[in-house]
Design a binder for this molecule. Structure first.
Ligand SMILES: NC(=O)C1=CN([C@@H]2O[C@H](COP(=O)(O)OP(=O)(O)OC[C@H]3O[C@@H](n4cnc5c(N)ncnc54)[C@H](OP(=O)(O)O)[C@@H]3O)[C@@H](O)[C@H]2O)C=CC1
Ligand SMILES: O=C(O)C1=N[C@H](C(=O)O)C[C@H](O)C1
Length: 264
């Protein structure tokens, strides 16, 4: 049995993750972290399963009282970062889905995990299809260095660009390097019209009600374009990746960034 703590249990991802853990034979939910229901149990909250799993508001208290193997964070960037640091301190392996960490924060968490020899994972996207999209985009950029990323998410999302878009740009940059695209005399008549700039490639973030999580990577070449596209239509699309991450992180003693690091 792998003993799991989930932070953000009332959220869209957290509530799906609880279901996934409850439906998985070798996983056991042992506590949740929730800023609004300290001292209660899941049973006390209408939207959550009828279970006697304790809820904590304070992460240190939670780790001091609960013996757990894995800490899953599905909250917001500022809190997720603090949670992940605490998990590493208490040697509870973090599996982090929360997006919006800075590069410096990811580097710092990686250093701590590696010093402590604790396995962990920060994954911008747990959907296997999205991981493949990123890998295919990296491959394509060798032949098509002119590329723009369009990511589309629901309008409750806090961070822009998405974690997936940033990871995609980072992977493409490993192959393509830095390259300014578009006309040399290009100028914006409305600020932001050309999107965010990452090593000269543009990232465009769309936020609308009615959509979940989608990304297109469009490559342009002489007389042709190539579009690599992934769509998550619901949050179940991320659950197989979280399950795999929980299981695989138990076998490693470093913190990795991206689900691709543990996929065969
Ligand atoms: N890696 C991946 O594959 C995926 C990652 N994500 C990321 O996961 C995270 C959660 O997404 P989602 O479930 O859609 O978001 P939700 O807004 O539905 O859920 C966020 C949860 O975090 C809680 N929360 C908010 N602020 C704090 C805080 N300061 N301290 C503690 N808890 C807090 C919320 O509680 P309250 O109701 O009190 O605000 C809520 O329960 C996001 O960062 C998102 O980008 C999402 C999908 C896939
Ligand atoms: O907030 C979301 O919804 C998602 N966030 C992640 C991201 O920032 O890439 C993963 C997925 O796109 C859904």
């Amino acid at each position: 049995m792998i003993r799991v703590i989930i932070a953000g249990p009332r959220g869209k991802m957290g509530s799906e993750a609880i279901q996934m853990v409850n439906n998985t034979d070798n996983l056991e939910l042992v506590a949740c972290l929730d800023r609004k229901h300290d001292g209660k149990t899941l049973r006390d909250i209408e939207s959550l399963p009828n279970m006697d799993v304790p809820i904590y508001e304070n992460i240190e208290e939670c780790f001091q009282q609960i013996n757990a193997d894995i800490f899953v964070d599905l909250t917001v960037p500022e809190t997720g970062y603090i949670h992940t640091k605490a998990a590493l301190k208490y040697h509870v392996r973090p599996v982090v889905g929360t997006s919006g960490f800075s590069t410096e924060q990811i580097e710092e968490l990686t250093d701590i995990a590696n010093t402590e020899k604790i396995g962990g994972l920060i994954a911008p996207n747990f959907a296997v299809g999205a991981v493949l999209m990123m890998q295919f985009a990296k491959q394509a950029s060798k032949y098509f260095p002119d590329v723009e990323i369009i990511e589309k998410h629901h309008d409750q999302k806090l961070d822009a660009p998405s974690g997936t878009a940033i990871k995609t740009a980072e992977l493409i940059s490993e192959v393509r390097g830095s390259k300014k695209q578009g006309h040399t005399a290009e100028r914006e008549t409305v600020t932001g019209a050309r999107g965010a700039d990452f090593d000269g490639m543009k990232i465009h973030s769309i936020r609308l009600p009615g959509i979940v999580a989608h990304q297109e990577v469009i490559f342009g070449g002489s007389g042709q374009t190539l579009t690599i596209k992934h769509d998550s239509f619901n949050r179940k699309s991320f659950m197989a990746g979280i399950k795999l991450a929980i299981e695989e992180v138990m076998k490693i003693d470093e913190l990795v960034y991206g689900l691709d690091n543990i996929l065969e």
